[in-house]
Write a protein that binds this ligand. Structure first.
Ligand code: GLN
Length: 533
């Protein structure tokens, strides 16, 4: 039977529950266990796919085409688990399912209530993940902060789970803040006491506390937290701020968190020291030999979470090239106002990420022109590829009015147009071209050199595509169509000859990069940027 770990958060949000969950996953994997990670999101949206990035941050896309919370990205980057649709559940999904069953008459005339119907539906989803994944341990992260109204049904389901599966098979981890008050020069445990108090009111006694802190937690403080929160002292784990998120599994390992979890579950597992992770990821992330500066030209640069997987992929590519990648975030609207020179003159590479809508497009196109003409390594992702094609069509092929029908539905030169399958689509939620599709790579291209293969699977999230009507003309002018989804003849990758590194892709390689195995397109991008420098 699988074991279950529930991870909740207290005091404030953004304490790193996702990275905590992912790191616990990594620790347990290192002991030979198979893990699967889940995220519960308390909002009423069915998924984050329709949300504004400022509301939600990045939408992470799984192999099977679910639009999910960005924490699933952490799970995938830290562990070998491959999350799927069922690994991210929201209040919206749960209510949707329960109401559909009610309308169908499945509840045989009963009054439908949060307890037990909503909580049963949540528990059923957890059991399903256990069954489908065949994992030894399911780690379920509960979004929000303890005390929120929205997350109560999920916490209640977690409480009931302990009753159903037995306390030996269920473990509760609470991530909390232990703030340092500067003027008093003191670390305060009261917020943690209160948040554990709130958890206990709803029937959950945490087994482990992960204490986020700026300063070291003294023995006395750990004892105090232990006493007031009714948690064994060795299970009060210090999680001090670190330079790289990839250090966290090591920080936990030092405090024998893996042993504490295994002994709770009465599991005996092989020993491990996480040395490979330390050597191949952490040491290289912390002490790089070189440095490059990359410009990311995107609309949502003020929100750190909006391009999460892209930033992480750049870190991975840095690790692979023994290089610190400094990212300069550039608003394309500033380029529209002030031109490219000021913003881009000192960068060794330019990246244009995905996105939706016309705002900022002309600035992105200008940045791409600058990269093309000045031979600056360029990587375009999804919308970034569409912009690269528009730039080339307008400035190298004489198609002055080239546009995407997303921005100008009646354009006379629709070089980017709606995917055929999107014709009748009315609903916005979950209806894009989503998830992994195979892409065949042309031999002797940049893409071929980077991947070292001719067949790859990459993940998608888009409605528009390159319009094949323009392929011949663009090809004649020097654009190489290096990757295609053959079944529907969709262009997936374009690149330029006579340029050190100019490649743009319709998919999102950032979802498949790992700290110990950088995505080839990012790895080669940073390599080219280093050479440029
Ligand atoms: N807006 C574009 C499309 O829908 C690009 C999407 C994206 O960058 N994810 O095709």
């Amino acid at each position: 039977m699988a074991k279950f770990i529930f991870v909740s958060g207290g005091v404030i949000s953004s304490l790193g529950k996702g990275i905590t969950s992912a790191s616990i996953g990594r620790l347990l994997e290192s002991r030979g266990l198979k893990v699967s990670l889940m995220k519960f999101d308390p909002y009423i949206n069915v998924d984050p796919g329709t949300m504004n990035p400022y509301q939600h941050g990045e939408v992470y896309v799984t192999e099977d085409g679910a639009e999910t919370d960005l924490d699933l990205g952490h799970y995938e980057r830290f562990t070998h688990a491959t999350p799927a649709k069922c690994n991210n559940i929201t209040t919206g999904q749960i209510y949707n399912a329960v109401i559909t069953k009610e309308r169908h008459g499945d509840y045989l005339g009963k009054t439908i209530q949060v307890i037990p119907h909503i909580t049963n539906e949540i528990k059923e989803r957890i059991r399903k993940v256990a069954q489908v994944s065949g994992a030894d341990v399911i780690i379920a992260e509960i979004g929000g902060t303890v005390g929120d109204i929205e997350s109560l049904p999920f916490l209640e389901a977690a409480r009931q789970f302990g009753l159903d599966a037995g306390r030996d098979n269920v473990l509760y981890v609470h991530v909390t803040l232990v703030p340092y008050i500067k003027c008093a020069e003191e670390i305060k445990t009261k917020p943690t006491q209160h948040s554990v108090g709130t958890l206990r009111e709803i029937g959950i006694q945490p087994d482990i506390l992960i204490c986020r802190t700026e300063k070291p937690l003294s023995n006395d403080l750990k004892e105090k937290i232990s006493l007031f929160c009714n948690v064994r002292k060795e299970a009060v784990i210090e999680a001090r701020d670190v330079e790289s998120i990839y250090q966290i599994p090591l920080v936990f390992k030092e405090q024998i968190l893996d042993e504490i979890i295994l002994s709770h579950f009465k599991l005996i597992c092989k020993l491990s020291d996480l040395k490979d992770w330390e050597k191949t990821v952490v040491e290289r992330a912390l002490c790089p030999k070189n440095k490059v500066t990359i410009a990311l030209v995107g609309k949502y640069i003020t929100l750190q979470d909006a391009y999460k997987s892209i930033y992480e992929s750049l870190v991975h590519a840095g690790i692979a090239n023994d290089t610190k990648v400094e990212v300069i975030k550039i608003d394309p609207e500033d380029i529209e106002k002030e031109g490219t020179k000021k913003a881009l003159k000192d960068v060794s590479g330019i990246l244009v990420p995905g996105g939706f809508g016309y705002r900022g497009i002309e600035g992105k196109i200008k940045a791409i022109k600058f990269a093309r003409e000045n031979k600056i390594p360029f990587l375009g992702l999804c919308l970034g590829m569409q912009c690269a094609v528009l730039e080339f069509a307008r400035n190298a092929c004489g198609l002055k009015e080239a546009n995407s029908t997303e921005f100008k539905p009646k354009t006379r030169q629709p070089v980017i147009s709606l995917l055929a399958e999107q014709g009748g689509v009315k609903d916005l939620g979950g209806t894009m071209r989503l998830g992994a599709y195979p892409c065949v790579i042309k031999k002797n291209t940049l893409a071929h050199k980077a991947y070292g293969r001719i067949l790859v699977q990459e993940r998608h999230r888009h409605r528009y595509e390159f319009n094949n009507k323009y392929r011949k003309l663009l090809e004649k002018k020097g654009m190489v169509f290096s990757g295609v989804y053959q079944k529907k003849d969709l262009v997936e990758m374009v690149e330029l000859k006579n340029h050190p590194y100019f490649i743009a892709v319709q998919f999102h390689p950032e979802f498949k990069s790992r700290p110990d195995c950088a995505h080839p397109l990012f790895r080669e991008f940073i390599k080219a940027a280093l050479n440029k420098k």
